[in-house]
Design a protein around this ligand. Structure first.
Ligand code: G3H
Ligand code: 13P
Ligand code: NA
Ligand code: ZN
Length: 323
């Protein structure tokens, strides 16, 4: 069945790798994630966002994840699979997911005043732990849009807060802000330099803050949101096949590789998958304009997504071979 994150994170910290947390809201994405992780023999976290619940229905997604456990076995490997609520914003929403069979939830009180974040997170932890469900909390605010909340600047996690937050709330993992952000435009062009080909090169993540947090919480599971790399090959295919993505830039994979070796044991990736699928679909629409069977474009989009996610497990997060 579905498992919570407890053992998975303990092993990842010891082993110096990170578990991929991939968002899904439809069947093709779920298939691609499971195919990739079975072939790579990687544990995986399937994440459902508030937007995904609205789009696809929480009940359907929950049973798709249950189906994913059986699907993985059919493909030949019983990999550990977590079903996780991404960016839960209220006790009621977290409770509803816990009651329905999610094995992990995030309560994101990061935009609230500190004491309110502590109180809300503790309320969720107290309920979740009665049901053997693990909880991710967040301290610090990522720049950009996070659900309905949007922030102009990063508020980096203050290492001085982390011990108090973890002790008071009892969370199982902590999402932090060290310079990542959601979406395909993680940095403004003026924050970047340009390489010889004119490609934007972003500033480094704040590994100094991560190191301070690790010193305060030795062996405690840390989570990175907003960790898509925004592969420029996909941006190029999209833009040469009718798309219009401007100044798209992500977190270089080298930095994620480095983060995965630290106490960071969950790395969230959604936008890269969107880019992979969109590139594949746009190319088929241009190259094969007579096609009108959705399987003829969603199938190749699924294959591209699988290839990308396998690459993340094998070459970036180090989770391959750990299932
Ligand atoms: O947290 C952000 C994820 O990429 C989910 O985005 O709310 O559009 O599904 P979404
Ligand atoms: P990206 O937008 O960088 O893929 O981040 C996804 C995420 O953090 C989901 O919670
Ligand atoms: Na790690
Ligand atoms: Zn996120």
């Amino acid at each position: 069945g579905l498992v919570n994150t407890r053992d998975m994170f303990a092993k990842a910290i010891k082993g110096g790798y990170a578990i991929p947390a991939f968002n899904f809201n439809n069947m093709e994405q779920m298939q691609a994630i499971i195919q990739a992780c079975v072939e790579a023999s990687s544990p995986v976290i399937l994440q459902v966002s508030a937007g995904a619940r609205k789009y696809a229905n929480q009940t359907l997604l929950r049973y798709m994840a249950q189906g994913a456990v059986e699907y993985a076995k059919e493909l030949g490997k019983n990999i550990p699979i977590v079903l996780h609520l991404d960016h839960g914003n209220s006790f009621e929403l977290c409770k509803s997911c816990i009651d329905m069979g999610f094995s992990s939830v995030m309560i994101d009180g990061s935009h609230l005043p500190y004491d309110e974040n502590v109180a809300l997170t503790k309320q969720v932890v107290d309920y979740a732990h009665q049901h053997d469900v693990t909880v991710e909390g967040e301290l610090g605010v990522l720049a950009g849009v996070e659900d309905e909340v949007s922030a102009e600047h990063h508020t980096y996690t203050d290492p001085a807060d982390v011990i108090d937050f973890v002790q008071k709330t009892g969370v199982d993992s902590l999402a932090i802000s060290i310079g990542t952000s959601h979406g395909a435009n993680k940095f403004k062009p003026e924050q970047c330099t340009r390489n010889a080909e004119g490609i934007l090169v972003p500033p480094e993540l704040r590994f100094d803050i991560l190191a301070e947090i690790e010193k305060k919480l030795p062996g405690f599971p840390i989570v990175l949101h907003g960790s898509s790399s925004v592969p420029q090959e996909y941006v190029k295919i999209i833009n040469t096949h009718g798309g219009a993505l401007k100044d798209a830039v992500g977190i270089p994979e080298e930095q994620l590789r480095k983060a995965a070796k630290s106490a960071v044991c969950k790395i969230n990736i959604d936008s890269d998958g969107r880019l992979a699928m969109t590139a594949a679909v746009r190319k088929i629409f241009v190259d094969q304009p007579a096609e009108f069977d959705p399987r003829k474009y969603l199938g190749p989009a699924r294959d591209e997504l699988k290839k990308l996610y396998k690459h993340k497990c094998e070459n970036v997060l180090g989770s391959a071979g750990q299932a």
